[in-house]
Write a protein that binds this ligand. Sequence first.
Ligand SMILES: NC(=O)C1=CN([C@@H]2O[C@H](COP(=O)(O)OP(=O)(O)OC[C@H]3O[C@@H](n4cnc5c(N)ncnc54)[C@H](OP(=O)(O)O)[C@@H]3O)[C@@H](O)[C@H]2O)C=CC1
Ligand SMILES: CC(=O)N[C@@H](CCC(=O)OP(=O)(O)O)C(=O)O
Length: 348
Amino acid sequence: MSNVRVGIVGPTGYAGMELVRLVVGHPRMRLVYLAGSGARTGALDAHLPHLHVLADAMPLVEALDVEKAANVCDLVFVALPSGESGRVAWQIWQAGRQHGVKVIDLSGDLRLPADAYEAWYGKAAVPQEAISEACYGLPERHRESIRGASLVANPGCYATACALAVLPLGDLLADVEGPIVFDAKSGVTGAGRAPKEHLHLGELANDAYPYRVGQHQHTPEIEQALGGRVRVLLTTQLLPVPRGILVCAYIAIPPDAAPMVYDRYASFCEDEPFVRLLVYGEMPHIKAVNGTNECHLAVRWDDRSRLLQVFTAIDNLGKGAAGQAVQNANLMFGWPEDEGLRLVPLWM
Ligand SMILES: NC(=O)C1=CN([C@@H]2O[C@H](COP(=O)(O)OP(=O)(O)OC[C@H]3O[C@@H](n4cnc5c(N)ncnc54)[C@H](OP(=O)(O)O)[C@@H]3O)[C@@H](O)[C@H]2O)C=CC1
Ligand SMILES: CC(=O)N[C@@H](CCC(=O)OP(=O)(O)O)C(=O)O
């Protein structure tokens, strides 16, 4: 059954190590190639002792060789810092194009048009050809295109949680008045593993605060994921927890649509394997989705303010990164969408 040969570029990073866990547990994937910058090579469990249990199932970590990645793998996940990741994904895709290698990039490099990317990320964009080739990998919106894609831009973590809060509105989105406001909070693994002063325990413990306000790079990605029809105000905040994203969206739907809005969300979620609508009145918890590919969603109409509140919770490393990447791979290979993703939450 384990017939598809898989490579992971960036396995020593937070998203990459979660990919290792999911790929090793996937019944149709065989991990054959691990590569990074060359700074940490050899046995992966020498750098990540918790993976010792998987040592026999894992190749050694090598310095990245694009040609090798393209030749020994059928599928490559690329999870490098933005600015580097999309370039590497594009190179591997080009090198393996003739024998149909499939590539999923977890960074923001292939998600936006070049001018928007450069404006919001402040970095040079990859060639337009790469951006045009890449399919935006939000299954709840682009399932059919993902099935036919060989290069996928995996969505951002905040962008996933925010878009999923709104997409169930469907054509009601056209009647929303004013911008949609997202109050979003993330655990610290969202910032990656490279040490930074504001991420130290001493700085972050007992604290929580907004950051990159008005400048967060997922703002245009959310607008794009919602079809470019609404303005978005996104406030991102850092929480002193390792993982998980919690979003509250405030949406001015027409008040006369309020009585049937829960049913609209219910009918959307009924067909979605990973978006779970909570019973009216229940609220999502990040602990209930951490370690999984699920998005938990709650809807509440506030009659006093005449606003719809939609709450979503995802694991930034799960549905926000590695889990969604595996979901996309399942679609690209024509497998059941939840293959290898029937995961029990970590809770503690
Ligand atoms: N963390 C998250 O929650 C999410 C992350 N993402 C995206 O996924 C990508 C990876 O994020 P994350 O895992 O958090 O990042 P980390 O900083 O934790 O890890 C980055 C990885 O990239 C490797 N690396 C760095 N530079 C190079 C290079 N020049 N060539 C080859 N390998 C290199 C590092 O390996 P080495 O040890 O060899 O230096 C490390 O394994 C980013 O683009 C991020 O935006 C997207 C959604 C959510
Ligand atoms: C807590 C934290 O810092 N989260 C990151 C999440 C975004 C990310 O991972 O980067 P992409 O733009 O490539 O998706 C951030 O806010 O930048």
